[in-house]
Design a protein around this ligand. Sequence first.
Ligand code: XIL
Length: 328
Amino acid sequence: PSLKDVYANDFKIGSALLVSEIADPSGPDAQLLEKHFNMLTAGNELKWDATEPKEGQFDFTRADKIVKFALDHGMDFRGHTLAWHSQTPDWVFHDNKGNLVSKEVLLQRLKKHIDTVMGRYKGKIGTWDVVNEVIDPAGPNGLRNSLWYQIAGEEFIEKAFIYAHEADPNAKLFINDYNTEEPAKRDALYALIKRLQAKGIPIDGVGHQMHISTSYPSTAAVDAMFSKFADLGIQQEVTELDMSVYSNDTDSWQTFPEDQQIRQAYRYRDMMNVFLKHRDQITAVIFWGKDDGNTWLTTFPTVRNNWPLLFDAQLQAKYAYWALVDPS
Ligand code: XIL
């Protein structure tokens, strides 16, 4: 069965991919994507370092291929991401003497970037992660003390949404973050969205990355998270779902024991049941990749095998997949 068909009445089912996965647009990787997903997102190709590596020098070669593949197959697209502290070239924050630029210069660069990137895909990319990972419950006012914040304060977030809305008034604009079920982080994110809404900033949704593991977080915490954000009246999406088999940064297995495979399958099903409970707010569930051969967790947080996705490296369905197409 096709995942997207199983959940057709609930939400879109998506996957992140790398341009290498569609090098052969009718190969096995492409076929698997077509069969199971009705939304795609780019793992790296729409990040600032990919699209504007040097000021004013835009490169859309790889992003174009991915977006075209999605559109050719009638799939929706999530743009990831416009303003982030990571995978952003140094020049964005500095002048040619190496000093931090003024707020005015930074916001001007942000506007140019958003106009150009969103403008190119206007009407093609329906949803954008406008800002990514801006929350730090221990940071100033609950925000990450990034160069963005140091130069422009909370205003960079407000302006990013305003510029994005101007660039494509029909696009759905999201704020995206990880560990959003963790109470302090969840509440800081919630408070920020409230402040943005009070100022009339155009924000349509909150993205929960959900890079989870077989032992963390609890389904109760995830359930409470969706309930908490529900009263903001915005969309919610699970934007980067994968499930590490490890509960720490140091373990490293050579093989994936069958009891652990089964445990992972149960956990995927339990999480999906929480998503289904909140399906009135949840518009999409996107996996951060489709198969264990193409996962960022092979190198993060350390080099080791991981088996976090629904298909194995040979693109064969895992127990986790069966747990999701055969819901109880
Ligand atoms: C990851 C990519 O998957 C990797 O290929 C890259 O090396 C680092 O970034 N949160 C995010 C994503 O918002 O953009 C990150 O993607 C994973 C964590």
